[in-house]
Design a binder for this molecule. Structure first.
Ligand code: NDP
Length: 311
């Protein structure tokens, strides 16, 4: 019998994913775009990024939902998610792309690039003596698949690197802190704070006014995870008062970021439109296919999402 894998994503090109998955799945799994499904009853697997409300109700025989990305907050928060296993991507190339973006952000702040960009606009030769990486401390909040690689890459560059997670971890060159009480002391000594926490009921709004107040005066802030982890008004206040020296922001509470947002013009702030990392068909297709083949054989799945934890 031929099963169907239904694909839905606005930003990701269907043809590239189909062509990467087809040879791995063989003839027994048909891959169809959501708006071209021939027989909804044969749909057993869904590969989706932010499908519309009511999407899952069309497919009564779903056995597996695969999130076409790493962050699952929008998927697990839905009321209409069927009671079947949910997996996400855990792709080394995606982690590498993210680590590169985070490293760029850390270098941007540690090498005073916002200062030189502002000076260039004024045609000013504004020499500022560089600091050694070893003098600069970086705190990475969230040490999951993406956070752990980013933290170890930062450590490899010689920065004093700290991380924060729910429990202890062993990462080369990274001093790992854990638990709520460890956060404020960690923030008080970090020159650059990088947010890589997933959005869950426990992290929504976690970086609030008190958290920004706990950061070292003059610290820089980087957010590449989800905008809703941050109290955006509190962050804007911390940037506006000069308590934070700048920020590199890839994610926002509301996307696209409104043209009215004060963030666009705050000094030292770089805005990028949610692209720190993306799923890549060539490297992610094998794990998607492996999970589909595993569920067909009743074998354990990789990269399962815990609905209870929310990540
Ligand atoms: P993971 O789910 O693998 O890891 C999450 C990490 O956060 C874990 O280390 C976990 O701790 C920690 N954590 C979760 N809750 C808490 C808490 N309450 N207190 C302290 N630590 C906590 O996430 P990834 O590394 O794969 O990805 C991080 C996020 O990046 C994604 O959730 C997604 O939102 C975002 N993302 C953004 C992209 C972009 O382009 N901007 C692209 C892809 C992802 P523990 O290890 O102890 O469980």
């Amino acid at each position: 019998m031929t099963d169907t894998l239904v694909f839905y994503s606005k930003p990701d090109p269907f043809e590239l994913w189909r062509d990467a998955l087809s040879p791995l799945l063989g003839d027994s799994v048909r891959i169809e775009r959501a708006d071209e499904v021939t027989d909804p009853d044969t749909v057993r697997y869904a590969l989706v990024w932010m499908p519309p409300e009511g999407f899952f109700a069309r497919f009564p025989n779903l056995e597996l939902v695969i999130n076409l990305g790493a962050g699952v907050d929008r998927l697990v928060a839905r009321n209409d998610l069927p009671d079947v296993p949910v997996t996400r991507l855990s792709d080394p190339e995606m982690a590498r792309m993210m680590a590169g973006f985070v490293l760029f952000s850390v270098l941007r702040h540690s090498r005073d690039i916002p200062h030189f960009e502002a000076a260039q606009v004024r045609r000013e030769w504004a020499y500022r003596h560089p600091r050694a990486a070893t003098e600069i401390s970086v705190a990475v909040l969230g040490l999951g698949e993406l956070g752990a690689l980013a933290a170890t890459e930062i450590a490899r560059q010689g920065y004093q690197t700290h991380g924060w997670a729910t429990g202890p971890k062993d990462l080369p060159g990274v001093t790992v802190h854990h638990g709520d009480e460890a956060l404020a002391p960690l923030l008080s000594m970090a020159d650059i704070v990088v947010c890589m926490l997933p959005l869950t009921p426990g992290t929504r709004g976690r970086l609030d006014a008190a958290t920004f107040a706990a950061m070292k005066p003059g610290a820089a802030f980087v957010n590449v995870s989800r905008g809703e982890v941050v109290d955006e008004a509190a962050m804007i206040a911390a940037l506006g008062s000069g308590h934070l020296s700048g920020a590199t922001l890839d994610v926002f509470a509301s996307e696209p970021l409104s043209p009215e947002s004060p963030l666009w013009t705050l000094p030292g702030v770089l805005i990028t439109p949610h692209l720190a990392s993306v799923a890549l068909p060539a490297s992610a297709a094998p794990q998607i296919a492996a999970n589909i083949l595993a569920i067909r054989k009743g074998l354990p799945l990789a990269n399962s999402v815990s609905r209870v934890r929310g990540y």
